[in-house]
Design a protein. Structure first.
Length: 441
């Protein structure tokens, strides 16, 4: 059985570097509220001006604003009620968010908190409630207490209508926010989100890379450049920038760290073969360093999150093997997708077709070890988990090329050994190692 190559779609996808600013905005919780509050101030100024113009027009036509004044007392009561209620509403939204974050971190994994932090509906709801509160507060500051219909300067007619619309929008967003939060608290939904993101990363990576091949060892006279920059996790590499740097220096750059590795000052970043070595600072400028991993280019991060969810479910404090089985289902799915793809190194060429950049990616052995080792160790005493692992391994052995069977066979043997250590009775051992796609259906 040979590796099957993916069919190339029309047009090659271009790599889109991970923008530090865009990532900061997505992970920050203050940007959206700040923008909406500024918008609320401008909206309050605009509606106040319109209210003044309406009063002026009314006085110019009828000589007084008696009809508008009759509306003023009710409008002021509505705006005042909205202002006080919104402050309580903001507290409710904030409290729900904190509880959701705490439950997700304790029951699943701290790695999945990025789904909550980046939730657009959460930011939209919180921001709209803040904007509504600020808007109604500013409208109250602009009240005209004059009771003389010929001297009144403003009546909050338009402002009240806008405040009501903002309240309706806040209520609608709150309903969507509660629904979204309830979904994110369901483990199957989180597992599905992680899996879909992982499939997207895998697909983009395969179409993005011009070719994949075996490891190319740099020559003995190659120059190793050390990192000169901030410490952190390598989240992304600007491939186009590194290719241009290598072409300008007539060299080939071999990246040393993989996406998701932690690098510190002095860590080897690239090995330069041929040509002249660029300055380390230029290489550091093409590396996106952050405090946490992302799904942008990280092929292993999806497996890491699924494994974390599974082993957290298998901990004595949680003891939920069914959740672990659901995570193994998705790990099985991702490995089945990877089974026929070529591994090695990704090679990127310049416009003339010369290889300028070689990027390492996790090989099949590392991926299989990441997918099964920790779950096998933690779930060896759970028949539901061991039966599902046995079914996944047997299925993968059927569809995997011959050259990739040894890591799966090793995991199968280690699974049998782990079950033998945890289960004393022979009949129970046989039951625990019987393949079952549902664990214990």
């Amino acid at each position: 059985m040979t590796d099957r190559q993916p069919t190339k779609p029309p047009g090659r996808l271009r790599h889109r570097p991970l923008s530090p600013l865009r990532e900061h905005l997505r992970e920050s919780f203050w940007v959206a509220p700040l923008v909406t509050c500024v918008g609320a101030v401008l909206l309050a100024l605009g509606t106040s001006w319109i209210d003044s113009e309406v009063v002026k027009e009314e006085i110019s036509q009828t000589g007084s604003a008696e009809g508008l004044l009759s509306f003023a007392s009710g409008a002021k009561a509505v705006v005042s009620t909205v202002s006080s209620a919104m402050l309580t509403f903001i507290g409710v939204v904030f409290s729900i968010s904190l509880v959701a974050l705490q439950m997700a971190a304790s029951q699943m994994s701290p790695r999945v908190l990025r789904l909550y932090v980046r939730s657009r509906i959460t930011k939209a709801t919180f921001s709209t409630c803040l904007a509504t509160f600020l808007f109604t507060l500013l409208v109250q500051l602009g009240y005209d207490d004059t009771t003389d219909p010929t001297k009144v300067t403003t009546v909050p007619v338009v402002s009240t209508l806008v405040a009501i619309l903002l309240v309706l929008l806040s209520l609608g967003l709150f309903v969507l926010y509660v629904q979204s939060t309830m979904r994110l608290l369901r483990v199957p939904h989180v597992i599905d989100r992680v899996t879909r993101e992982s499939v997207g990363v895998l697909t983009t990576y395969r179409w993005m890379a011009p070719e994949t091949g075996p490891r190319l060892d740099p020559p003995s006279d190659a120059v190793t450049l050390l990192h000169q920059g901030d410490s952190g996790v390598l989240r992304d590499v600007s491939l186009g920038r590194l290719v241009r740097i290598a072409r300008r220096h007539g060299a080939v750059l071999h990246l040393v760290p993989r996406i998701g590795d932690f690098i510190a000052p002095g860590t080897p970043t690239v090995v330069v073969s041929g040509g002249t070595a660029p300055r380390p600072r230029r290489i550091a400028g093409a590396l996106n360093i952050g405090v946490d991993r992302t799904m942008h280019q990280d092929l292993s991060f999806g497996f890491r999150q699924l494994v974390d969810i599974a082993i957290r479910a298998l901990s004595p404090a949680v003891n939920d093997p069914t959740t672990a089985v659901q995570a193994v289902d998705r790990i099985h799915q991702l490995l089945a997708l990877l089974a026929g793809y070529p591994f090695g190194e990704l090679r990127y060429r310049d416009k003339e077709g010369a290889v300028r950049l070689v990027q390492p990616i996790p090989d099949w052995q590392c991926t299989v070890d990441l997918a099964f080792t920790e779950i096998r160790i933690c779930g060896a005493g759970q028949p539901q988990v061991t039966r599902r692992l046995a079914a996944a391994l047997d299925d993968l052995l059927r569809i995997t090329p011959d050259g990739r069977r040894p890591p799966l066979l090793a995991q199968r043997a280690l699974l049998e050994r782990a079950v033998a250590q945890h289960v004393a009775d022979a009949d129970d051992r046989g039951f625990a190692l019987t393949p079952d796609r549902q664990g214990i259906g």
